[in-house]
Design a protein around this ligand. Structure first.
Ligand code: FAD
Ligand code: NAD
Length: 155
């Protein structure tokens, strides 16, 4: 399969953007991810897909818990920071929800315990059992990702 064609096709699936965050040894690690999906209502489960080459993989295996922070349109810079797209290191402060770091300003914060991890190809699918949720309606519109570009919602 042609890899470029695969990326081009997958990029046509417009998504929101999340930052997945976890803490190991008192250090918070965040990573931008759009491979996020709601899985089950009863029990409440979500999934995130983490590349084998991502530093995040080992942190997730160690901490066994993580947050998914759904970014607002105003948080494009944070998406770039946590995707390694900005050259300089930036200090980012996190809040805590249920003992897990969450990103202030996100339109929703979902805290999970890892309930299963499935290695599939060059990614690991982490199934998260949802423990805490905070929805911040007043944060406005979500950040959108489409064809490798950040976008915003249009009426
Ligand atoms: P690093 O490259 O070490 O960390 C990522 C960046 O975050 C670094 O610049 C680091 O300085 C910064 N950072 C981490 N923690 C902190 C902190 N506490 N304070 C301040 N800065 C910090 N990859 C996937 O595996 N799955 C996906 O679903 C996915 N979706 C993506 C969606 C989009 C829109 C984009 C742009 C990228 C996506 N990626 C995805 C790629 C992934 O975000 C990058 O490859 C990322 O750099 C991998 O991070 P890492 O864990 O290897 O850690
Ligand atoms: P892109 O144009 O290569 O990606 C378009 C789409 O292809 C993405 O939205 C995603 O659905 C898919 N994709 C890209 N790389 C993938 C990978 N390694 N594994 C599985 N699916 C992948 O690139 P972009 O959107 O400009 O992304 C910027 C960077 O972030 C690239 O290095 C890309 O590989 C990475 N990224 C990784 C994932 C992922 O691992 N699931 C998702 C999005 C972006």
């Amino acid at each position: 399969m042609n890899e470029r064609l695969f990326r081009q096709a997958m990029g046509k699936f417009a998504t929101g953007v999340t930052v997945v965050a976890t803490e190991v040894g008192g250090k918070v690690h965040g990573m931008t991810a759009n491979a996020f999906m709601s899985v089950s209502l009863n029990p409440t489960l979500v999934v995130v897909s983490i590349a084998e080459k991502a530093q995040m993989l080992e942190y997730m295996k160690k901490s066994k818990q993580f947050s998914v922070n759904i970014l607002s349109a105003e948080q494009k810079e944070l998406s770039m920071i946590f995707a390694g797209q900005l050259k300089e290191n930036r200090e980012v402060s996190f809040d805590q929800l249920g003992g897990v770091p969450v990103l202030p300003g996100a339109i929703a914060q979902v805290v999970c315990e890892v309930s299963a991890a499935h290695v599939e190809g060059d990614h690991t699918l982490f199934i998260g059992k949802v423990k805490e949720i905070q929805v911040n309606e007043h944060r406005g519109e979500p950040l959108i990702y489409y064809s490798g570009q950040y976008r915003s919602l249009a009426e």
